[in-house]
Design a protein around this ligand. Structure first.
Ligand SMILES: [Zn+2]
Length: 137
């Protein structure tokens, strides 16, 4: 069965991120000079402006809900998204510090709370794209 939801557009900048996702690894850019995470992917470190101090560092995939919203309607009318309603989109604070948005599953959206522990899994949407998502522990 083909994947019916919209997929991310992969750019030169984000290709490494999606390549790691395909291998079920969550990696973000990290500046070794500033000791800081960079998210979303950037061409240079926003703190020191360097390119040569950036590497892709792996994250554990453990985190907690920093904030979230419950999606009750979608405007693109895609039947695939409609079928999921209502669903939760969380701002996940990863245990290493950076925060990212993603779907949160494994709980009824109205039962989700700030501070809930979540862990990463990947949904293999297509042979090229695996989507990082989180489920409540
Ligand atoms: Zn830096």
């Amino acid at each position: 069965m083909s994947y019916e939801k919209s997929l991310p557009e992969v750019s030169t900048l984000t290709k490494p991120f999606w390549d790691y996702c395909k291998k079920h690894e969550l990696r973000m850019q990290y500046c070794t000079r500033c000791d800081s995470w960079i998210w979303y992917p950037k061409a240079w470190c926003p703190d020191c402006g360097r390119r040569d101090s950036i590497l892709w560092r792996q994250l554990s995939g453990r985190g907690e809900i920093y904030s979230f919203t419950i999606i009750r309607q979608v405007i693109d009318n895609s039947a695939a998204f409609q079928a999921d309603l209502p669903f939760a989109v969380g701002l996940i604070e990863l245990e290493e510090g950076p925060r990212m948005y993603s779907n949160v599953t494994g709980v009824k959206p109205e039962d989700l709370k700030i501070g809930d522990k979540v862990s990463l899994y990947f949904e293999d949407a297509t042979p090229e794209i695996a989507l990082p998502k989180f489920r409540k522990e």
